[in-house]
Design a protein around this ligand. Structure first.
Ligand SMILES: Nc1ncnc2c1ncn2[C@@H]1O[C@H](COP(=O)(O)OP(=O)(O)OP(=O)(O)O)[C@@H](O)[C@H]1O
Length: 353
């Protein structure tokens, strides 16, 4: 059991997405890029799970595989009762309206030769038998919902600003009344001044329409603001999955600790306590990850067991999941180290009060 509470809308179980590598004249299969290598999490209906981690750690691949834009190598993706990973083609087509994606680059994801009306109504052509007038009425309704003036209905993407284009992308994603949306870096390509507006829009829509989000981002401060729970990914696996308040105030996994040490901390008390951790070395290739813990080659707290055994993601405190031998009995040194570390932290907190 990963999360407490009522049945979640989204359950991902041991999801794997390995991209085959073919080399040589005869295009022999010589290996796999293990972009996602055993990821599990849940999202409660109406909530947001943030997915963070360095570039290339597999965040987008998780989102795309969940929506079956890639064929998963293994695992289950249960969305509102159906295992999307194994649905046959016709059932998958029927399921598509309820799960949508908002992409990073609105410029690239909108067809430059289509008007706003064409773009937003496109999903309606495939999934409804509505009349032209009914579709246009829905387009107007969506434009109102995302804050686009109805006058713009026949304009082309290049006639809009970046923020407006992202609103078009959001309107298109909402056209078929989805329950779950993967937001893949939806603000990364926008000016900083526009980012907050788009985030506020996504939050308003979530509240009004009861949407459930997977919010992928490398902007840790934004995710803190948006998500109730945050999963930190490293090299295709989840290192830590915690309520965002806990994660940001006291990360448990050494990688989460390092990643968060670079974030500006608004709480002066926490900022004083936080030391910047610079990780040594490069992220290994996902085609050839370490035998043991994926983070063992860079971990400042590495132990012998970390080099040979992959840690499972386990609940180490109520609601907090960590994949690290420091917190499990398997790390025999770690078993004694973890409580010691906690005591040190408690003492430190006491000293700082
Ligand atoms: N279609 C593909 N074929 C082969 N390898 C891929 C494919 N898509 C992604 N990868 C590889 O999978 C790994 C994870 O990529 P992914 O784009 O999911 O990471 P990310 O965390 O979303 O990165 P970013 O923040 O830069 O978008 C990378 O090593 C990437 O090169």
């Amino acid at each position: 059991m990963l999360d407490a509470g009522p049945a979640p809308l989204v359950q991902v179980q041991d999801l794997k997405m390995h991209f085959p590598i073919y080399t040589g004249l005869f295009r022999r299969h010589t290996g796999d890029v293990k972009a996602v290598d055993g990821v599990s999490f849940q999202i409660q209906a109406g909530q947001t799970l943030g997915l963070v981690g360095e570039s290339g750690c597999g965040k987008s691949t998780v989102g795309r595989t969940m929506l079956r834009l890639y064929e998963p190598t293994a695992g289950r993706v249960i969305i509102d009762g159906d295992d999307v990973a194994s649905l046959p083609p016709e059932a998958l087509r029927k399921k598509r309206p309820s799960m949508q994606m908002v992409f990073q680059d609105p410029q690239a994801s909108l067809n430059p030769r289509m008007t706003l009306a064409d773009i937003v109504s496109e999903p309606l052509h495939e999934h409804t038998d509505w009349t032209r007038a009914q579709k246009l009425e829905r387009v107007y309704e969506l434009m109102d919902q995302v804050g686009l003036n109805r006058r713009f209905v026949n304009r082309f993407p290049h006639e809009f600003s970046g923020g407006q284009r992202q609103r078009i992308g959001i309107a298109r994603a909402l056209a078929l009344k989805p329950r779950f949306i993967v937001c893949d870096e939806p603000i990364a390509a926008l000016d900083v001044s526009i980012q907050a507006q788009v985030v506020n829009l996504l939050e308003d829509l979530q509240e009004k329409l009861g949407l459930t989000y997977l919010f992928i981002s490398h902007d840790l401060s934004m995710v803190r603001h948006l998500a109730q729970r945050v999963a930190v990914m490293y090299l295709g696996r989840i290192a830590e999955l915690s309520p965002s308040t806990d994660l940001y105030s006291r990360p448990l996994h050494p990688y989460a600790e390092a990643l968060l040490s670079a974030v500006n901390e608004p709480d002066p008390e926490l900022a004083l306590r936080r030391k910047r951790i610079i990780l040594k070395g490069d992220v290994p290739s996902p085609a050839n990850p370490p035998k043991g813990c994926n983070f063992c080659t860079r971990c400042p707290k590495v132990m012998d067991i970390c080099k040979t055994v992959k840690p499972d993601l386990v609940e180490v405190e109520p609601g907090r999941m960590v994949a690290c031998h420091l917190y499990t009995a398997a790390g025999s040194t770690g078993a004694s180290e973890a409580p010691e570390r906690k005591n040190q932290e408690r003492n430190q907190q006491g000293e700082n009060r």
